[in-house]
Design a protein around this ligand. Sequence first.
Ligand code: F6R
Length: 369
Amino acid sequence: EKGGYASFMLKEIAEQPKAVADTLLGRIDGAGRLTLDEVRIPGAVLREADKVVIVACGTAFHAGLIAKYAIEHWTRIPCEVELASEFRYRDPILDQRTLVIAISQSGETMDTLMALRHAREQGAKVLAVCNTNGSTIPRESDAVLYTHAGPEVAVASTKAFLTQLVACYLLALYLGQVRGTQWGDEIHAVVRDLARIGDDVERVLETMEPVRALARSLADKDTVLFLGRHVGYPVALEGALKLKELAYMHAEGFAAGELKHGPIALVEEDLPVVVVVPSPRGRSVLHDKIVSNIQEIRARGARTIVIAEEGDDAVVPYADHLVRIPATPTLLQPLVATVPLQVFACELATARGNEVDQPRNLAKSVTVE
Ligand code: F6R
């Protein structure tokens, strides 16, 4: 069943290029327009929505954090992202004009289900982004956009995460198309980028041997920190979550701009710090800021593990270990930047003798609150 891989997790990591392509399949017509027929929420409701609220848990929550950047950028609708377990206990403000997106691989996560029930009781429309056909969350939602990752067996979510991102990008563009905030050409450009991202993920996968060797060399560490900015921040959170759940290590993700507000006090000699670097093209301010963050932590002894675009030379002098990813538009970068972090966590956990498919204390779907 594992198709020659040592674990389901490794198999599922390797399946990501196909999973991403499958999630795009049939959702773009010959004219380059998005055809999300499954979004059975009437156009008028989508046009009138004045707020998007995303609810999810764990890795799906991280997908939601990234989706927020895309939704706000492409549609100009304010978007909040909230942990499903917190959502209904704070008496959230919801009405008929709120579009709630519930993201869940399993479709059975109790916290997410309770959050969407609460939202519907307040009159909000709920759209599920889900990987499991016919599961409870899509059944109880107004509409569903399925991710086509195929069954995910390993407890740690990998290919489901990448396809959740793809589904959210499609949804954001579709909202922009329906509301007229995004026009043909712009949508085409992103769709073109999405269409070749599977190949980029494949290229990342082909160059992972040094990442594996690095992971093995860090097996006796206690702590690893992860830093990012913009969409790289949720990627850092996801990298840290993977390491916690698989390697049972202390791992934390921070927004790089927060360093000097506290976390930099954690930096000591030889502490591994993974930094996700935004593209130097486009939003270059972000890039320059993170390069100074890398300098700051390195000056304090950190061992810097830098994930940066091919051709980004500015980071070279400050990177103890450099992991190259293909050049990708900023908003889509998480699709390629997350992959080395998955491989890193999987290899480090294996080196520590852990069972990667079934980490201790965890279940694949959490059906209790
Ligand atoms: C992490 C992981 C969990 C799930 C979370 C939500 O690798 O797998 O954090 O992402 O329990 O599960 P779903 O997406 O099934 O609602």
